[in-house]
Design a protein around this ligand. Structure first.
Ligand code: DC
Length: 209
């Protein structure tokens, strides 16, 4: 069991996945993209003809599904790595992520994933430092200008990003928030290498426990 966690939160397009993956590769740690878990539920719901508005059915589906997030994303043994990035999923995922029982099922799995890591885990999402790992070794909150985030998300478009931000920040359960003890990094106009260096040097400057 590993207790080393770097929690990275921030809005869509702030650079979380790219930075988290690169930090994990640099440190030789595991990496977990928690957004991919919520996204996979939307794809599975469509496959099973379950309406995303049916909170009870979506919660049951989330609780019984086996989700694997690594270099590929699988739900119930179906590879959905590409299917989770469609406009439809971009649209549906924020609603699915408001359901408390879906969230609690995902949080349990996120903690199990980190428990199984051999060294440490870099985890990215919206509630990682606030809810999933409130005692994380290091907490990072990424931001970027709306224009830059829109550019990074390509076809998703600025309106869709703004809509998701709005839902993610204002939902009742585990809204996206910057914890006071998180280091804020604005990724606009900065290279991935620079940000990775900053995160790794923050980690190295922590007092040894
Ligand atoms: O990071 P992403 O764009 O793949 O996330 C997709 C959606 O999933 C996001 O709009 C909100 C939700 N999400 C969440 O509520 N909590 C997380 N830890 C990760 C993602």
């Amino acid at each position: 069991m590993s207790e080393l966690i770097i929690a990275i939160d921030g809005p869509a397009g702030s650079g979380k996945s790219t930075v988290a993956r690169a930090v994990a590769a640099t440190l030789g740690w595991s990496f977990l993209d928690t957004g991919a878990m919520y996204r996979s539920i939307c794809v599975e719901a469509a496959r099973q003809n379950v309406s995303i508005r049916n909170e009870e059915a979506i919660s049951a589906l989330a609780e019984r599904s086996i989700i694997r997030v690594g270099s590929r994303v699988l739900i119930n043994d179906v590879d959905v790595t590409e299917a989770i990035r469609t406009d439809q999923v971009n649209h549906d995922v924020s609603l699915v992520a408001t359901y408390p029982s879906v969230r609690s099922a995902m949080v349990d799995r996120q903690r199990e994933f980190a428990d199984g890591a051999s060294v440490g885990t870099v985890v990215e999402g919206r509630d990682i430092a606030t809810v999933v790992f409130p005692n994380a070794t290091l907490k990072i909150f990424l931001t970027a200008s709306l224009e830059e985030r829109g550019r990074r998300r390509g076809t998703e478009g600025i309106e869709s990003i703004q809509r998701r931000d709005e839902i993610d920040q204002n939902r009742e359960t585990s809204p996206l928030r910057r914890p006071v003890d998180a280091r804020l990094i604005d990724t606009t106009d900065r290279s991935v290498e620079e940000i990775v260096k900053e995160v790794v040097s923050c980690l190295e400057s922590l007092p040894l426990k």
